[in-house]
Design a protein around this ligand. Structure first.
Ligand code: MG
Length: 313
């Protein structure tokens, strides 16, 4: 009996229909090529595994234990010629609106429903711990997509899409801050991305822990409807040593820190990795900023939106 699966690639999702489980992975890759234009030998199917190892092309699809509508995460690049001949699909904006912080947030932060949701996450959500937290360190919470990594451009390897100076930035930050990664994707994807970027093996810093989309909450805002956000209260509830006083979060979407506007810094999104690789210096400036503010008692009293003015002085 055939089934459908989905492929997530370069920020878009493709449906692959009529996948026959009695065929092999190569046959599946051919089907994926027909949809995406990426040749089988250039496809890296990140979460297609058998007993923890990447499935080989001759493995039978039935041996993968895929559920219908399984989401396959792919990295891979198009042949130049295919890129040129393909018409670009209309690129819908990823977020319909990102917005400025307003008074209404005060009520959002204290809204009983939202606090109940956070408590539930504190009780039930399991943070993925990589390294122990250290004493007397502040906490830096980082988004991945468009913050550390351009997830929509296409490349052979992850590091081509890495924001310039990422490792230098993390090394500097590590001196004063424990580092947490919080991305609105799933844990497998986060682990793969951080591995691809070389952030888990760099000898000069260690990442403390990861949170994924399941730690987020949906909140209702009078003006913008229902949005998913990353409430720092989940981390503060789990780790008493971190608080609004010693936490700062970087995200390219301001709405992600709607629950904690005083602890969020909106970073410029890193897009078009190939043409911006030599221009983007955001992380150099932010390294300086983190170093300067590391001696502050209470980070929530600073106006992070003015970070560039702080480092000019
Ligand atoms: Mg992002």
């Amino acid at each position: 009996m055939s089934m459908n699966v989905h492929v997530k690639w370069a920020g878009k999702e493709y449906e692959i229909t009529d996948v026959d489980p009695s065929q092999d992975v190569l046959a599946l890759k051919v089907k994926i090529m027909n949809k995406t234009g990426v040749r089988p030998e250039r496809q890296k199917l990140l979460n297609l595994k058998i007993k923890g190892k990447a499935a080989s092309d001759d493995a039978l699809i039935s041996s993968l234990g895929l559920k219908p509508n399984f989401k396959i995460m792919m990295m891979g690049s198009l042949e130049e010629s295919i890129v040129e001949s393909q018409t670009t699909p209309t690129d819908l904006p990823e977020v319909l609106n990102d917005f400025d912080i307003e008074e209404e947030e005060v009520t959002i932060e204290q809204n009983e429903n939202n606090l109940v949701k956070i408590e539930k996450r504190v009780r039930e959500y399991e943070v993925k711990v990589l390294n122990p937290s250290r004493e007397n360190k502040k906490l830096l919470v980082l988004d991945i997509d468009y913050t550390l990594f351009d997830h929509r451009s296409v490349a052979e390897t992850g590091w081509e899409l890495m924001r310039p100076f990422l490792h230098e930035f993390l090394e500097t930050a590590y001196e004063y801050y424990d580092i947490c990664i919080w991305s609105a994707t799933n844990m497998v994807w986060i682990e793969e991305k951080m591995k691809l970027l070389g952030c888990t093996t760099n000898p000069n810093y260690k990442l403390a822990f990861y949170l994924d989309s399941r730690a987020m909450i949906s909140i209702s805002t009078p003006k913008y409807g229902i949005v998913d956000v990353k409430p720092l209260g989940v981390i503060w509830g789990k780790y008493p040593q971190y608080s609004p006083k010693n936490t700062i979060m970087f995200d390219d979407l301001r709405r992600n820190f709607l629950m904690n506007p005083q602890n969020g810094l909106k970073i410029r999104p890193f897009r078009e990795a190939h043409s911006n690789r030599d221009k983007d210096k955001e992380l150099v400036g932010l390294s300086k900023y983190l170093t300067i503010i590391a001696k502050h008692e209470d980070l929530s009293t600073l106006r992070h939106s003015r970070w560039e003015r702080y480092i000019e002085k």
